[in-house]
Design a protein around this ligand. Structure first.
Ligand code: GDP
Length: 470
């Protein structure tokens, strides 16, 4: 790693050990070391590194390539609280003048679409990252692009870093919306430096992250942001078969007194039609009514289209995959099977302990140990991170998803569960909610008050020598 970093630096890339570099840069480094770099497809990389491709993506991969057509990109907006996610989503929603329906009545169904230069973009309208986490934890990874909102007066904050970690783990490209540039105390250059330090190097500095200055409040820069989204999506393979196998993800769902269960579904492949029999999680039903976010009745909805549907028996969970089945009998069998599976799973929660990670490594299932680090103060993080990075010479790659000051929270556990990571705490505690979630999700939280004990444990784990816990 040191050699690689040296070459990167002589080429003007101030990289740290966990940083992603683009293919061209990697190819130059490889070349200087006497190797030739070959480009793998995203699917190949995912298959190798995580062993699991989201079901919807697998379905699309199994479609006849000739049947695949471009679909609108699905965008999710993440960022620290109060940095302007909600305001930005509203500004984008109202920017939709091209369709000539500006000012039209829209309803919040958890997702909406806008048109820019005759191209549709789907936005997941669930500010906060709870839905995104839930989707990732279930391997759905529904979004194609993340727009990361960072307030230009406040800069990179804990939830900004968390969002970056999520997007990186899901391998979803990030566009930064540098918000609140109207404020007199905004400091874009400072924030850009912070972003670069977090692995998002602005394209104006020869990095590959687009950073778009906006003011969500004054509705400035919105066009540029939409433009950037289309640019990034054009460079990606965002396609599906509108006539293929029908499936997608549940965005949100609830019960309403008069209407029963209403659910927002994002169609990801095929076309969903009135009367279809669907199963989502352990909920099933026939689609009795279907609307878009403008409350217009629909008969049919194709890929990347968010729709509100009625007719499900129970409330499915956000992030559940839904699929269409031929008849009631088939659907019922799937639901029964899932209910039994869920009961069995409850009995044996898979654990992400150090011991088991090593077993998975030996079984060839993983080559990476993901860690989430919490410490009492910023000052204790640096020595721990640098010692952990030294361990990276072993065969198992050590990736530090996040290193932050503060007690172990529910959010940390959620991120760890989604990324099969282990939580390490130094001089901190884990709050009750975090411990409860860790137990339910099988996430291991290890707390230390001596640095070398912590690094020693990780070192032992990497060698497969760790004594079992308790
Ligand atoms: P969220 O928590 O990320 O969803 O943030 P909100 O959208 O609720 O915004 C938080 C606060 O910042 C609100 O008071 C907004 O009015 C304000 N705000 C959002 N965008 C801007 C902006 O572009 N400029 C200024 N000056 N204030 C903004």
């Amino acid at each position: 790693p040191i050699q690689v970093i040296k070459i990167l630096m002589t080429n003007g890339v101030m990289a740290n050990i966990n940083q992603l570099v683009d293919f061209d840069t990697a190819a130059i480094v490889a070349n200087e070391l006497g190797f030739e770099a070959a480009l793998e497809s995203l699917e190949e990389v995912e298959e190798k590194e995580t062993g699991e491709i989201p079901l919807w993506r697998q379905v699309i991969m199994n479609e006849d390539p000739r049947s695949l057509v471009k679909r609108p990109p699905v965008v999710t907006i993440l960022g620290h609280v109060d940095h302007g996610k909600t305001t930005l989503l509203d500004a984008i929603r109202h920017s939709n003048v091209a369709s000539g329906e500006a000012g039209g009545i829209t309803q919040h169904i958890g997702a909406y679409q806008v048109e820019h230069h005759n191209q549709l973009i789907t936005f997941l309208d669930t500010p906060g990252h709870a839905a995104f986490t839930a989707m990732r934890a279930r391997g759905a990874q529904g979004a194609d692009i993340v727009v990361l909102v960072v307030a230009a007066n406040d800069g990179v904050m804990p939830q900004t870093r968390e969002a970056i970690a999520h997007a990186k783990a899901a391998r979803v490209p990030i566009i930064v919306a540098l918000n609140k540039v109207d404020r007199p105390d905004s400091n874009p250059d400072f924030v850009k430096r912070q972003l670069a330090e977090n692995g998002l190097v602005p394209d104006e500095w020869d990095g590959d992250t687009m950073i778009v200055p906006v003011s969500a409040k004054q509705k400035m820069g919105i066009e540029d942001l939409l433009e950037a989204i289309l640019l990034v999506s054009d460079s990606m393979d965002i396609r599906a078969n509108p006539n293929g196998k029908v499936l997608g993800t549940v965005i949100e769902a609830q019960v309403e007194k008069a209407k029963g269960v209403i659910a927002t579904l994002l169609v990801q492949n095929g076309s969903l039609e009135m009367g279809d029999i669907i199963v989502a999680g352990t909920s099933m039903g026939r689609i009795r009514a279907m609307f878009d976010y403008r409350n217009r009745k629909l008969r049919k909805a194709g890929p990347s289209m968010p729709v509100l549907v009625m007719g499900l028996s129970d409330v499915p969970a956000a992030g559940d995959i839904f699929q269409v089945y031929k008849n009631d009998r088939e659907a019922r069998a799937v639901v029964e099977e899932r209910k039994t599976q869920a009961q069995n799973r409850q009995a044996a929660v898979p654990k992400a302990t150090l011991e088991q990670l090593f077993e998975r490594y030996q079984a060839g299932e993983t080559r990476e140990l993901c860690l989430l680090l919490k410490a009492d103060v910023q000052g204790s993080l640096e020595p721990i991170v640098s010692e952990l990075k030294d361990l990276n010479k072993s065969e198992i790659k050590v990736t530090i998803l996040q290193a932050e000051a503060g007690n172990v929270s529910e959010n940390d556990v959620m991120l760890a569960a989604a990324s099969k990571a282990i939580v390490l705490g130094f001089n901190v505690t884990a709050d009750t909610a975090a411990r409860r979630l860790a137990e339910a999700e099988g996430v291991s939280i290890r707390l230390y008050d001596i640095i070398y004990r912590l690094t020693e444990d990780i070192e032992k784990a990497l060698k497969g020598m760790l004594e079992p816990e308790f």
